[in-house]
Ligand binder design. Structure first.
Ligand code: ZN
Length: 225
């Protein structure tokens, strides 16, 4: 798994997705201004659900949901996060892209699994072809959760078994395992390994600054020919 990060201005990119010249993508930071291009942006009213929508040409907010997929060039699929994980997916064979917002609720509800299912069903994607980038989010270093949240992850993260009270939840690892369970190849999953809560100069963090409500864009899109 390549761990190198690319950074241009204040936007991070994954080398795995960057190698695909037919797409554009990026993970914004709190210092990102004037990006992404709003005139091509497709977004969601995010609700921590497992709802996946297809972008078929409409721009702006296309409804409630937490993942959006398309095979249409020119659109920029965007999710907004501040601790939750932005997850970007691409299928180089079918030329399809998806953007996912995954906090603990969405992860527990299986949002990445649902997204892979939708790509398979609606676009004939094969999970083993997918390339996935998990962007900056709250790290296991900072993400202490109560027993009721930990309970939801015991099957996905069996190492939590035996723990009592609060635990540190590894949301990146939970999503990585969900992807692998959905037949995505481990070597095609890239993780930014950047904790939003640890880096106040770079990232908004809901946990660190609950009153500020700042969120950051992450986008992916297919370039026009
Ligand atoms: Zn941290």
């Amino acid at each position: 798994m390549p761990s190198a990060l690319l950074k241009e201005g204040s936007v991070y990119r994954s080398p795995l997705l960057d190698a695909l010249d037919w797409l554009e993508h990026g993970f914004g930071t709190r210092n990102t201004h004037g990006w992404p291009d709003r005139s091509r942006l497709v977004s969601l009213a995010q609700t921590h659900s497992d709802v996946v929508r297809i972008a078929d040409g409409a721009l702006g907010c296309i409804g409630e949901g937490d993942a959006v997929a398309t095979d249409r060039p020119g659109l920029l699929l965007g999710v907004k996060t501040a601790d939750c994980l932005p997850i970007l997916m691409a299928d180089p064979r079918r030329r399809v892209v998806a953007a996912v917002h995954a906090g603990w609720r969405g992860t527990a509800r299986g949002i990445v699994r649902r997204t892979v299912e939708t790509l398979r069903r609606s676009f004939s994607c094969r999970p083993e072809d997918l390339v996935v980038a998990i962007g900056p989010g709250i790290g296991v270093c900072c993400y202490e959760v109560g027993p009721e949240v930990a309970e939801r992850f015991r099957s996905l993260l069996p190492e939590l078994n035996g723990s009592q009270g609060s635990v540190r939840l590894d949301l990146v690892e939970a999503n990585r395992r969900e992807l692998i369970a959905a037949s995505v190849a481990a070597e095609r999953i890239w993780t930014a390994d950047l904790c939003t809560c640890c880096s106040p100069e770079e990232f908004h963090s809901h946990r660190r600054e609950p009153l500020l409500r700042g969120r950051m864009w992450s986008v992916i899109g297919i370039r026009e020919p």
